[in-house]
Design a protein around this ligand. Structure first.
Ligand code: XUL
Length: 553
């Protein structure tokens, strides 16, 4: 019987929960998943979330996540996974989402009945039945208040790596305290999605992890410690207690698995639990190759750049995020995040391409690069970049003039066949127009674009990315974040074997990450030049969209 160790990575994303098992040699040997809308329809979610009741509010039921864990374990068992071989567990969660534990939570977590599923924790262990998630945009007032409390948007960005954002957890906590003081008062501890998950395995509430703590506007991004003034501004003097200990770096050992998992599923009692991180930092961990740009095409679209440690502090901007690195102290991750990623692309596919990707791709290929001057913006959800824009906007441009001429056109004047190319070009040009600004001034030019997430399998999207960004496009395995989670589990175990010594890079040195990456698209020079010439026209159209939305507000 096989006894070599396995490491489990769990990814709790917006739309589902996924498990990936890797070996000591980083081979992926098992995957299982649960899709919230399809597998747990009784929670009534759409793409894993519930909108409302207040304007801009978006939540997910915490009980749905618990049930997803139970179902995932059943699926793994049915696939004959030998739980006793798993010696480390870590993972990642969608960033920013927050879980509110009641005063009974620790006791309930520590005395789970092995006869019952994890659902036994609900509702008693929670002071709020639903978790606000990253798609929420209901805290604009709190954002302005928080920035004012510390001397403005740039001052907050200098401290925490980001100006105030609606989805960031600090402003979510501030809003809860203002609008539902009873629930806030009844909250003993607050977890991020990423620290909620290890809490279930530990049987006690886990600390928040450093990279994911950077998505809260409450941690000093250079020291990786909570900032008292920000904690106070977000949740009053009691927040320090509710937020728990100082953030934990990745690769540390939080403890071993609690008896419930041993008795109910046959886990090894020595299985170690390591901090989980956010989905974006986990993607960086999985695909970590310095000098690359990672474009994650999931529910959100995110661009991720690893910033290695350097003598000078990394720059902080009000237009992008700086996160602490999950495994390398003093390293950082620069990030751009868009809310209208995959769901907006799917909406265009459904409206203009009969709901089929083959038809969508055929339309992209029938239209010329640059879309004969047509440009389209698609923001079904209020966007993050640029802030708060919502709706669809169409333009005809002539980029050969200086400044480029742009003309806003009605929906009906946009050729039907131009929409699929328009959404891809505008999503990518938005990122391309911002990359330079977020790179450190002394950074070497980026060489490779690594794609991950659902849309990274689409060959037309790969080619268009190569052309717009002017870089060779690579893909690795399709697991992305979940595999990063499994690597974090392996790292904590590997370090424990080494007496707590060793860097993540040293562990990975033996892996052949580079060779696992495949080049899937080469930029076509003529197209690269064409897109370089479109950046100014794109920005002019985007500015017009911002003006139109401001005028309509
Ligand atoms: C990042 C962000 C999203 C979520 C969900 O700031 O809000 O990327 O992590 O994927």
């Amino acid at each position: 019987m096989e006894t070599s160790p396995l490491f489990l990575g769990l990814d709790l994303s917006t739309q589902g929960l996924k498990a990936v098992l890797i070996t000591e040699d980083s081979d992926v040997v098992h995957e299982s998943s649960v899709h919230f809308d399809r597998d747990l329809p009784h929670y009534g979610t759409t793409n894993g979330a519930i909108r409302g009741p207040g304007p801009g509010e978006v939540t997910s039921p915490v009980c749905m996540w618990l049930e997803a864990f139970d179902l995932l374990m059943e699926r793994m068992k049915a696939a004959n996974v030998d739980f006793a071989r798993i010696l480390g567990i870590s993972g990642d969660g969608q960033q920013h989402g927050s879980v509110y534990w009641s005063k009974d939570a620790e006791r309930m977590l520590g005395s789970l009945d092995p006869e019952l599923p994890l659902e036994q924790l609900s509702p008693g262990a929670f002071s709020l039945p639903s978790a606000p998630i990253w798609q929420d945009s209901s805290t604009t007032r709190e954002c302005r208040e928080l920035e004012a409390a510390v001397g403005g948007a740039q001052a907050l960005a200098d401290l925490t790596g980001s100006r105030a954002y609606e989805r960031f957890t600090g402003t979510q906590i501030r809003k809860l305290r203002r609008t539902n003081p009873k629930a806030y008062q009844a909250t003993a501890r607050i977890s991020l999605v990423s620290s909620f998950m290890p809490s279930l395995f530990l049987g006690t509430i886990a600390p928040i992890e450093v990279a994911d703590a950077s998505g809260m506007n409450t941690m000093n991004v250079l020291t990786c410690k909570w900032d008292d003034a920000l904690l106070e501004a977000c949740g009053g003097p009691e927040l320090r207690q509710k937020i728990g200990p100082e953030p934990a770096p990745g690769g540390t050992l939080l403890g071993t698995i609690s008896p419930w998992w041993v008795k109910r599923w046959g886990f090894n009692p020595d299985c170690c639990i390591a901090p989980f991180t956010g989905d974006n930092p986990a993607t960086v961990v999985a695909l970590s190759t310095p000098g690359d740009a990672i474009l994650s095409l999931g529910t959100s679209t995110t661009l991720l750049l690893s910033i290695p440690p350097s003598d000078s502090a990394p720059k902080r901007f009000t237009t992008s995020h700086l996160l602490s690195h999950p495994t390398t102290i003093d390293a950082h991750i620069a990030m751009l995040c868009y809310k209208n990623g995959a769901l907006a692309r799917e909406q265009v596919r459904d409206t203009y391409a009969d709901g089929h990707w083959t038809q969508f791709n055929a339309l992209v290929e029938q239209t010329p690069p640059g879309n004969a001057g047509y440009m389209g913006f698609y923001f079904p959800l209020p966007e993050i970049i640029p802030p708060s824009v919502q709706g669809s906007f169409f333009f005809h441009t002539d980029p050969s003039l200086s400044p480029p001429s742009i003309r806003s056109i009605p929906d009906a004047d946009m050729p039907h066949a131009a929409h699929p190319r328009a959404i891809l070009e505008s999503q990518f040009l938005s990122i391309r127009s911002r990359i330079k600004a977020i790179l450190p001034p002394d950074a070497a030019p980026l060489q490779r674009l690594v794609l991950s997430g659902g849309s990274s399998g689409n060959v037309v999207i790969r080619q268009l990315a190569a052309d717009v960004f002017g870089m060779r496009v690579f893909v690795a395995g399709k697991e992305g974040a979940a595999e990063g989670g499994a690597q974090l589990a392996r790292y904590a175990w590997w370090r424990a074997q080494n007496g707590g010594e060793g860097t993540f890079e040293e562990m990975r040195a033996a892996d052949i990450v580079g060779e696992r990456m495949k080049c899937v698209a080469e930029p076509k020079q003529a197209n690269v030049e064409l897109y370089a010439g479109l950046v100014d026209a794109y920005r002019a159209c985007e500015d017009r969209v911002v003006e139109m939305c401001a005028a309509a507000a």
